[in-house]
Design a protein around this ligand. Structure first.
Ligand SMILES: C[S@@+](CC[C@H](N)C(=O)[O-])C[C@H]1O[C@@H](n2cnc3c(N)ncnc32)[C@H](O)[C@@H]1O
Length: 274
């Protein structure tokens, strides 16, 4: 006779499973079911596992957390050049002559737009409440940068430029005394770093679909991860290649920072973040 054993999982195993579930949210697989009921399914699955005698089983791996928001700052003009003896972040104020000599248009070099956009995202109550899940920058030279939501970006432009030079040269910025990467260059394409159930929303003044941002986010399904793609450049339009929806949010051309504030405000209202 076979004695029925109740399966016990040591604590560290359980923790590992939930870590895997969290990681798997970012793995692209068409048959991974991620939804609002996932938490319920997970506990039902675990009960079933514990009741079965002597059968080796794997724990069901499903996501249990509601999704927050992602931002992608597109066409970010972050480019370094050797001006004199030093490498510097090229910008239209300090390097106009240098850029003109190289037949480049200084008005394309506006890293201040990136700086303001980053501060608008990171300073928002939305980010402070923990609902910012991911933040990426795609530069005009196709570098992809991941910015951790809890990073503190320098508030002055000069120090921001210094940080960006360091990042582009060393490919990463780590926290003092720790190994955690706060900013790092990662592999393209950006879609590989987004959850399977993400809805990618591109913003542009040029879109024919004018929406009221508050109503737009209120109508969005809670099971979708919203990914907002905002241009961090002075001219041109964002890359529409991977976009699910392309919207305009005002009758006026806005700055990237103003646009981001509208998105954050709308989400703060939806999620009751005061
Ligand atoms: C300085 S603007 C770039 C100007 C560009 N001509 C455009 O409208 O796309 C920076 C970014 O803010 C966003 N933006 C500006 N005005 C907008 C509007 N009315 N609706 C939606 N997004 C807007 C776009 O993502 C844009 O790329």
């Amino acid at each position: 006779m076979v004695r029925a054993y109740r399966l016990k999982f040591p604590k560290f195993k359980k923790r590992r499973v939930s870590e895997e579930a969290e990681e798997n949210r970012y793995i692209r697989s068409d048959d991974t079911d991620v939804g609002d009921d996932a938490g319920e399914e997970e506990s039902e699955g675990q009960d079933a596992v514990e009741e079965m005698p002597s059968i080796p089983v794997t724990q069901p791996v499903v996501a249990s957390k509601k999704c927050g928001v992602f931002f992608i700052l597109d066409k970010a003009p972050l480019e370094i050049g050797k001006v004199g003896k030093k490498h510097q972040l090229l910008n239209s104020d300090d390097h106009a002559n240098f850029l003109k000599k190289q037949n480049k248009d200084p008005s394309d070099y506006r890293p201040d737009i990136v700086h303001q956009a980053l501060l608008a995202i990171l300073d928002s109550p939305l980010t402070k409440s923990g609902r910012l899940e991911g933040l990426f920058m795609r530069t005009t030279r196709q570098a992809l940068i991941e910015v951790k939501p809890h990073v503190r970006i320098p508030r002055t432009f000069r120090r921001f430029c210094g940080l960006m030079v360091q990042l582009l040269e060393k490919q990463k910025i780590t926290a003092v005394g720790k190994r955690e990467k706060l900013l790092s260059l990662i592999k393209n394409p950006v879609t590989n770093h987004l959850p399977v159930n993400s809805r990618k929303i591109g913003l542009s003044y040029s879109s024919d679909k004018l929406v009221q941002m508050r109503d737009y986010v209120a109508a969005a399904s809670d099971s979708d991860c919203l990914v907002f793609v905002v241009g961090a450049m002075a001219h041109g339009v964002i890359d529409k290649g991977f976009i699910d929806d392309f919207i305009s949010i005002s009758n006026y051309p806005l700055s990237a920072a103003c646009c981001i504030s509208r998105i954050c405000n709308a989400l703060e209202q939806k999620w009751m973040i005061l």
